[in-house]
Ligand binder design. Structure first.
Ligand code: CA
Length: 297
């Protein structure tokens, strides 16, 4: 089923990249980052309107200042406009983020604002793109910290110490009902309004962006997973965790896409998995329960 306030999606095939270890400035911590980003049109759609990217700037200074960026966007709009919107989001955010002289958190927010503005402007100039928009969830890993920004119902999970944490809050009608106690999370998965989202990049001149109040400390062994709803509509959170823990990042992405397709693959499916090497920091600090972090298993 297509979104009401979103409708289509885009895929960018598959990327798999293993980054070299990096030594951070003050903490002298080695963070060996591995990442895989894969997308599949699914079993019913003719086009893939999800778009995704993993960007390793590959330059010492830029890597040190801005880290690595992962983006998943899930576009919506008729006449392939969703494909345009999600591609614009990935292109604009990756460009604006690395061009900015600001710290990662503020640079990421500004890149989302720029993407919203450009997508909305484009939608008002091209008749076939009227109303187009896209979800977008982005993660930056820099030194021993992560920052994130998020609009819509694509998700970011953290798998740590045998648990999976949902680190974003869906900007969706059913999630609002869950928060008000009107639906359980399981009921929300099957609710007829489950495709109604409340925020998207490009749908309005202004957008409210969700992000963490401060950088989130990461540890060796952490796994981050970003995905479009084509995955989590069909694959349980616990299954996502098991797949991520059972394999390398590349195989985990492939396995999860395969699982969603085995169950119908009704939507485009995009999965990004980022692994932090076990030689990374071993801080024993607990996960801080931000407004958008909750244990889901
Ligand atoms: Ca979708």
């Amino acid at each position: 089923m297509e979104k009401m306030f979103k409708f289509l999606r885009k895929s960018r095939g598959e990327r798999h990249k293993t980054a070299p270890a990096v030594t951070t400035g003050d903490t002298r911590v080695e963070l060996a980052i591995t990442a895989s980003v894969q997308s599949d049109v699914g079993c019913h759609r003719e086009i893939n309107e999800d778009c995704s990217a993993y960007i390793d700037p590959g330059d010492g200074d830029l890597l040190s200042a801005k880290g690595r960026l992962v983006i998943v966007a899930d576009g919506m709009g008729g006449h392939s406009a969703g494909e345009v919107a999600s591609r614009m989001a990935v292109d604009i955010i990756s460009r604006e983020y690395y061009d900015s002289a600001e710290e990662p958190a503020s640079a990421l927010r500004r890149s989302f604002i720029a993407a919203n503005r450009e997508i909305h402007s484009n939608s008002t100039q091209v008749q076939t793109r009227t109303g187009m928009g896209t979800t977008c969830t982005a993660l930056v890993l820099r030194d021993a910290t992560a920052v994130s920004a998020h609009v819509g119902d694509s998700r970011l999970y953290l798998i740590r110490s045998g648990q999976i944490y949902l680190m974003t809050e869906d900007h969706s009608a059913v999630n609002e009902m869950v928060k008000r106690g009107l639906l359980t999370r399981e009921e929300a998965r099957h609710h007829p309004d489950k495709n109604v989202i409340l925020r998207a990049l490009g749908s309005h001149p202004e957008v409210e962006i969700s992000s963490w109040g401060e950088p989130f400390p990461i540890r060796g062994g952490d796994r981050f997973l970003l995905c479009s709803d084509g995955l989590y509509d069909l694959v349980e959170d616990k299954e996502i965790m098991q797949a991520v823990l059972a394999a390398d990042v590349h195989s985990a992405c492939a396995e999860l896409i395969s699982l969603a397709k085995d169950r119908g693959g009704y939507d485009n499916i995009t999965v990004a998995v980022v692994g932090v090497g076990v030689d990374g920091p071993t801080s024993s600090s607990d996960i801080r329960q931000t407004r958008e972090a909750q244990v889901v298993v």
